[in-house]
Design a protein around this ligand. Sequence first.
Ligand code: HGY
Ligand code: MN
Ligand code: MN
Length: 410
Amino acid sequence: MQIINADRLLTRIRDLGDIGRDPHGQLTRLAASDNDRAGRDCLLGWLKAAGLDVVVDRIGNIFGIWRDEHNVDAAPVMLGSHIDTVINAGVYDGCYGVLAALEVIETLKERAIAANRPIVVAAFTNEEGVRYAPDMLGSLVYVGGLSVEAALATVGTDGSVLGEELERIGYGGDVDPGFRTPHAYVELHIEQGPVLEREGFSIGAVENLQGISWQRITINGDANHAGTTPMAMRRDAGLAAARVGLFLREHIARSNAPSVATIGTMRYEPDAINVIPSRAIFTVDLRDPDEGRLQALEATLSDFLTRVGAEEAVEISVERLARFQPVDFDQGIVAAIEASANARGLKNRRMTSGAGHDAQMIARIAPTAMIFVPSRDGISHNPREHTEPDDLVAGANVLLDVVERMVGRG
Ligand code: HGY
Ligand code: MN
Ligand code: MN
């Protein structure tokens, strides 16, 4: 059985993971930032050194293409993920999938296999959505889910405009997104959750991905003196916001559903120790594998906000930032992932992705599936994110097998 060059893959994951660290060693490469440029430049160097044709589209998605005169007109097999990160990130989220995809192409190229399709490695812009909402923005534009003009006009949490930032870092490409519809798309990714490790599996054959709802909520009350204002006379935006988080946790606990809710950002105004907050601005991230339950959770939250507004005498407004329905992946590709894992003696199971991925967008235009490898302690979006080298290599070897079958060689 073929195997990838483990050393080259692991070294690149480490090297890319060193790009974008602050003086405290924290890794942050937010989309279209200077650190993102540095990561992109590094990836482009590897793509060019591998002899791939490099394309950057108008939303900054990067593609490395291996094609020859025999297969140039065939729809490509597309692999990839993203290399932008969250704040104070780990080194594997997204980057592993992009670098393993490059590794698979280089391995096949070195063996001079006669692929009957081009193979493409993609690094999609702004998968994380930390600086610009929604997440998976580059792949969403690629599949026509959002116009490139609207995406380029997106204003970030720092007031920047995505299109201007992409131009500034030199990654505002001139190729229209969606320039090739893939024959298939396979994304290799760390699980970012506890299932594979806890149950002793090496490979996850991901057959679906849960729905995502992102909202920004603004609560307006009245600033007042923390010492002189009786509790019953307050219009406390901060307290109202705190009630939302508690309500969501208790509601989901009672519901026994696999839903999850996260308040990841919170800003008070005027943000002073002795002033009752006049305003609270925060985000709510809701997820559920079932669309009906996700809609019900959104409706329950909306009803609670109406109630809290009345009870706390505050005004509440809601802005939708992202909404993606659950996605089912291609059963044929899932079966090919299982077949490879079984042939390699790797314990594997089918599973749902709790995290959002570019695969959920590409699934709109091509047969798509994902391969997961275990995350230590289920930790991700955290510098303690870790996957054992053997698991990283095993996942890349499974990706190699799946691709070989797709390009008519396996
Ligand atoms: O939010 C997510 O699930 C992904 O990391 N963007
Ligand atoms: Mn990711
Ligand atoms: Mn992520």
